[in-house]
Write a protein that binds this ligand. Sequence first.
Ligand code: C2E
Ligand code: MG
Ligand code: MG
Ligand code: MG
Length: 277
Amino acid sequence: QAKTAGRNTLRFFDPQMQTAVMAMAALEADLREAVRSNQFLLYYQAQVSGERQVAGVEALVRWQHPVRGLVPPAEFIPLAEQTGLILPLGQWVLETACAQLAAWASQPERAHLTVAVNVSALQFHQADFVAQVLAALKRAGANPQRLKLELTESLLVHDAEDVIAKMITLKEQGVGFSLDDFGTGYSSLSYLKRLPLNQLKIDQGFVRDILHDANDAAIAKMVVALADTLGLSVIAEGVETEAQRDFLAAQGCHAYQGHLYSRALPIDAFEAFMRQV
Ligand code: C2E
Ligand code: MG
Ligand code: MG
Ligand code: MG
């Protein structure tokens, strides 16, 4: 922005701006080091279908910062996307998720679990994205049928044909697709129809006030109906109360993710959670 505004506008020293810029630069340096020395952890949040069946998990990354402690993704994923660091980070997430899938495959009570991995647009648009996913699965010895990729509508803005072609190739290998945060972006319905999706994910923004906000309730209802029409499954995220769950169930939703069941947990805690459900 400073560049487009021209040099002259920078005559007035803005200490606040200066501090923000330096904080950002420091965070970027830290993030670069974090990728280099692998300071990340993968957490797992249960995805529950029907009554209390844990059908799978969503893998959610955390940054174990040496000074700042556990940093949530909202504070570093955008920066990782801007700097391209999301590419090596996303690769690590994919490898780790596939290794977890392979480990569960030999454990009878967990062999059915699917793992959903969030994929950034930049990552998906890489020319070798399909090859990377297939290589990660193969290296780990994981079943592609158990891997689900969570995409967002922002992905669909550029090069739709390429996106669809990549999805088809992966789907032929068994990989599933879920459209994350559905309803918050801007995908046209005609486009949606062409995507080889398996699932729509109702954004938690619509779930939060679903009992009190008629618009949110109507949108959630519409997403369920749309999924039904398109032959897709539907899952609601951010489900915190039984009342929200019951309301969604009455609309025809059958899968849920949220604090009502479990938060995102480190692997040991997730496995302990599974033993007690
Ligand atoms: P998302 O993919 O929509 O993930 C759902 C977020 O909602 C997670 O936040 C989860 O912890 C939170 N959540 C789940 N249930 C509840 C609930 O009942 N109440 C509330 N208040 N929150 C709930 P988290 O882990 O902080 O992740 C935030 C976002 O960061 C994710 O949103 C996703 O967009 C991104 N992200 C996380 N991990 C990765 C990753 O490995 N790669 C990429 N590219 N993005 C990631
Ligand atoms: Mg997600
Ligand atoms: Mg989401
Ligand atoms: Mg969300």
